[in-house]
Design a protein around this ligand. Structure first.
Ligand SMILES: [Zn+2]
Length: 164
């Protein structure tokens, strides 16, 4: 797929939600699934430019399991997680203008090949607090406008190590 978050046209190799790939582990918000994938994996070649299409604030560089250049960007009260990057061009606390080049995709952290793990959580959430990021990937401005907090938000927050 194409997306304003990156250059090129890439396959979605693992979608969001219940997965047969048991190494992803369970998500307590989705007890109906034996294992749950909290983002969308896209087969970006290592070195592919990754952008932030909306104005944002850089929250964190480096995520456990996501590698030392993984980014968490706050976009209007939602956190966008860009994992396995091989380089990052923003710093924690930095304001990021819409359309800025923020990094390059890679395969660092818990990863078996070049890909981008794209995830969205409410601001302050952990890896397992994900919401379906499909709309954010294709039409981020529309997704931000339509975003509503999940029913379980505020009841529990259970950060966990990313598995991929
Ligand atoms: Zn993933």
């Amino acid at each position: 797929m194409r997306s304003p978050w990156f250059d090129g046209d890439w396959a979605d190799t693992q979608s969001y939600g219940c997965t047969d790939f048991l190494e992803e582990g369970p998500n307590p918000h989705h007890p109906e699934c034996e294992a749950f994938h909290d983002g969308i994996d896209l087969a970006l070649d290592c070195g592919t430019a990754v952008y932030c299409p909306l104005e944002a604030t850089c929250v964190q560089v480096g995520v456990n399991g996501g590698g030392p250049f993984a980014l968490i960007l706050d976009v209007g009260g939602w956190w966008v997680w860009l994992l396995h990057l091989e380089d990052a061009y923003v710093q924690p606390g930095q304001q990021v203008p819409a359309g800025a080049l923020v990094g390059r995709s890679g395969t660092l952290g818990l990863s078996t090949g070049c890909h981008l793990h794209f995830e969205v959580t409410p601001a302050g959430g952990g890896y397992r607090d994900s919401v379906d990021p499909s709309g954010w990937l294709s039409s981020p401005l529309a997704a931000l406008s339509a975003a509503v907090l999940p029913p379980w938000w505020g009841l529990s927050s259970l950060p966990a190590m990313p598995r991929e």
